[in-house]
Structures are given as C-alpha cells and as structure tokens.
Design a protein around this ligand. Structure first.
Ligand code: LLP
Length: 428
C-alpha cells in the first residue's frame, strides 16, 4: 500500500522528492505548488500492466484523463503504454495535441455536444455512447464521414459504498443506459453502416476499496454478453470495466493490492466466459486516481497562525479550496506533514485556505510538529482531481505543476499570472 510517493524521503530533516529538496523547489516555483513523482506514476502503471500481461494479455489500461491531464501527462502515459479515456472536447483536444494516437482514445460523457462529437468523428476516436439521444446525434453528425467505433455504457446497477457524488453504477445514475435496453440499443447501432459496435462499458464509482463490487460486475456482464451472443450472434470485442480503485488519503483508507486484484479479476472473468462458452473479449480498465493520485503532493507556505483559545488553532496557507476543492466538495481527508522536521512538540491545527469561504478548510485537527509563519507544509495524495478540478475563485492564480525524478524537473504547467487572469476579459 503506497501512502506516500515512492521517492519521498527526508534527507537531513528536509523533505525530498525524486532526489530534489522541496525547499529548493518552492524557492524556484513558489507556492502553492503541485509536484508529481514520476517514479510513482510509472510504478502504479506497472501494477496494472504487468499482471495483465501475465493473466490477460488481450487487455488495455486506459488512464482516466479527468484525474489530471496536461500535454506532458498525455505524452507520459502514452510512453508508459497506457491508453486514454477523455470526457470532454478539451481533454480530447489536449490528447490530440500531445500526439496521443486517436486509436488509443476513448471518449466518455453523458452529454457530449455536437462540437465534441464532431471532434471525435474527425479524429476517429472510439465513442462510448451514453444514451439514446447521443446515438441519434452521432448517426446524424457522422453522415458521409469516416467509420466510428462505439461502445455502450451500461448501468450495472451496483451500489458501490462510496460518497454519493462519486457513485456512478446505480440505477438512478445519470450515466449510461439500463441493462434491459441493451439489446434494442445494439440493434439500433447495427442499423447504421458507419458505426461499428465494439462492446460494453461500465464504471461503478470511485474510491472503492473492496474487490466485491468489481467481481459482482463480472456476474452482471456475463449474462448480458450471453444474451447478446444468443439474440444477435455477436461476440463483443471489448469489455470496459471502468476504474475507481481507491487510494490512501488518510488512515481510514485501505486500498486494494492492485496486482492481486487484477489477477483474481482476470481469473474469475476467464472462468466465467469459459463456463458460458463466451469468446474472451479485450478487457479494458480505466483507472485514474490510482495511477496518479498517490504521486502528487501540494506544497503551501504558512501565512499566519491564529489560535482561538480553548477551541482550535488555525494555520493559514496560501492556497486552499481553489487548488484542492475535494475537502469542501466531498468532505475528503488528507495527510499532511512539514517540509522540515524540527523535533518541536506536536500541535493540532485546522489548516485553512485563503479563500473567502468559512468552509475553505483543508484539514481539521491535524497533528504537525509546531509550525511557524513562513515555513512550508505539504499535503499527500493530491495528484488526482486537484489540478483538474482547480478554479480561479477569488481571482487567484492557479499553481504551477511540476514532475520530478532523479533525472530532473519538468514543468508541466506554469503558474498563472495576473495577466492570465484577465486574458479573456473585455473592457466595456
Ligand atoms: N471511468 C469513468 C467512466 C469515470 O467516470 C471515472 C471517474 C473513471 C474512469 C476514473 O475513476 P478513478 O479511478 O479516478 O476513481 N472528482 C471526484 C472523482 C470523480 C470521478 C468521476 N469518474 C473526486 O475527486 O473524488
């Protein structure tokens, strides 16, 4: 279980990542600063790719771009042998500009606009159709253009026990079609000579620590695959099982061992296919957070410390809900530490951001070695859904994001400037 980035260590009481002193990094890149550990991303990718190679070679691992996507990240995941799922025209555009082969890209979304669908058609990326209207739109838009491969997103009707905002597989979910509509839906697709039906997609939710809902997914998909075979005589070519493997943020989180999870998932799936005389499709997984989340840390500078007698001590940092909206949105917990170990006694802090909201609290009752104004703290596990969900609230500039390893430092995104903030504004 990774609770910290692989290359994270204290050398002479100073925190280092990829061999670089974090104090040196903040001097150069300022704070708040997102830092990604390249070794952790590579390691986590191999946790999926290696057991799949051994147990189910006919498979693909799609990095879920929504977790954190930039040109550099798109390049890196492609170098690592991962495919990519995108969920907007912007993510698709980023991937194309980064040189990701369109055949590696899968396009999600419950309400893809015509413009987005056109972009997907133009580049020939695989579309994961989410509802009937989208199928109609796709058929209408692609007329006279190149062939397009499609998967259908199904609601598996599994209620994963996770935060209600990040559940997706239950019946009342906005994503996907109902299982009972699957066969008529495929028939519709088959009527369109320029659409190639490739298979099925399903995603049950995020931050899942139990392998049971994933194994349950097999029991749900096999009868559907069987019905497709018996009614339409089609062996689906691809089965996409989604992502959602949980990561460690704080002591309540106990992530699955990915290697053994993949092994047992593939073994059960092969067994079930065999038992039901179904051809083995290409198996796809779409992890986002578990590939990049643990690789990230965010660095903040302490601007003030404000004790409220007998109640709490606030520790104010120079970022907050705009660079990490997860605590205020989902009540998410994080682990914190100081950049320098100083052997001062432990103190409990409410770590608050600088934004004009009382709820802008990154962590409550966090034990740290007593801190002083001007020092730096770090937050673990911020590689996913931090940069990608960041905003300019209160007209603050979004932080830079860098990636480090022993061979150097790569600036993935430069820090925004005030000029960037007004770049699109028009004077009256
Ligand atoms: N595939 C599909 C179709 C998805 O909807 C998602 C996440 C993933 C894959 C990747 O899931 P992951 O492995 O990263 O959990 N902003 C929320 C997470 C929303 C996830 C939405 N879909 C958060 O910060 O927790």
């Amino acid at each position: 279980m990774i609770t910290k980035p692989i290359s994270f260590e204290y050398i002479e009481d100073k925190a280092h990542l990829g061999g670089h002193s974090l104090l040196d990094l903040v001097e150069t890149y300022k704070t708040p600063l997102y830092v990604l550990d390249k070794d952790t991303i590579c390691h986590n990718s191999k946790q999926f790719l290696d057991p799949l190679k051994a147990h189910y070679p006919n498979s693909k691992v799609l990095y879920a771009g929504k977790a954190n996507l930039t040109l550099g990240i798109a390049q890196l995941i492609t170098e690592l042998g991962l495919h990519l799922d995108v969920s907007s025209g912007g993510e698709l555009y980023t991937a194309i500009k980064a040189g990701v082969p369109p055949s590696n890209i899968y396009f999600h979304g419950n309400n893809k606009t015509h413009e987005e669908l056109n972009l997907a058609i133009q580049h020939g990326v695989t579309c994961i159709i989410d509802n009937k209207q989208e199928l109609e739109n796709l058929c209408h838009l692609h007329k006279g253009k190149n062939r397009i491969e499609v998967l259908i997103r199904l609601k598996p009707e599994i209620d994963a026990h996770t935060h209600k905002y990040i559940r997706t597989g239950q019946l009342d979910s906005k994503f996907g079609i109902e299982k009972k509509d699957c066969i008529p839906f495929i028939k519709e697709i088959l009527k369109h000579p320029k659409l190639t039906f490739k298979g099925l997609h399903s995603h049950i939710g995020s931050q899942i620590f139990d392998d049971k809902p994933f194994l349950e997914l097999i029991n749900i998909m096999i009868p559907i695959m069987k019905e497709i075979k018996e009614t339409l005589n089609i062996d689906i070519q691809e089965l996409n099982c989604g992502g959602g493997m949980g990561i460690f943020y704080s002591d309540n989180d106990h992530p699955l061992d990915i290697q053994s999870f993949i092994e047992s998932f593939c073994d059960s799936f092969k067994k079930e296919c065999h038992q039901h005389q179904l051809a083995l499709p290409t198996l796809l997984f779409e992890p986002g957070r578990s590939l990049i989340g643990p690789a990230g840390i965010t660095l903040y500078k302490i601007g003030a410390i404000k004790p409220i007698e007998q109640i709490k001590t606030y520790l104010f940092v120079d970022g907050g809900m705009a660079d990490n909206p997860r605590p205020i949105t989902y009540g998410a917990n994080y682990s914190f530490d100081t950049v320098i170990k100083n052997e001062r006694p432990l103190h409990h802090y409410s770590i608050a951001g600088k934004f004009c909201e009382s709820g802008d609290i990154l962590g409550e009752n966090i034990a740290l070695e007593a801190c002083e104004v001007g020092e730096y703290i770090l937050v673990f596990g911020t590689g996913a859904y931090n940069y990608s969900m960041a905003s300019n609230y209160n007209r603050n500039c979004r932080p830079a994001m860098i990636m480090v390893d022993q061979s150097g430092i790569t600036e993935l995104v430069r820090r925004e400037s005030y000029d960037d903030l007004i770049r699109l504004d028009q004077m009256l």
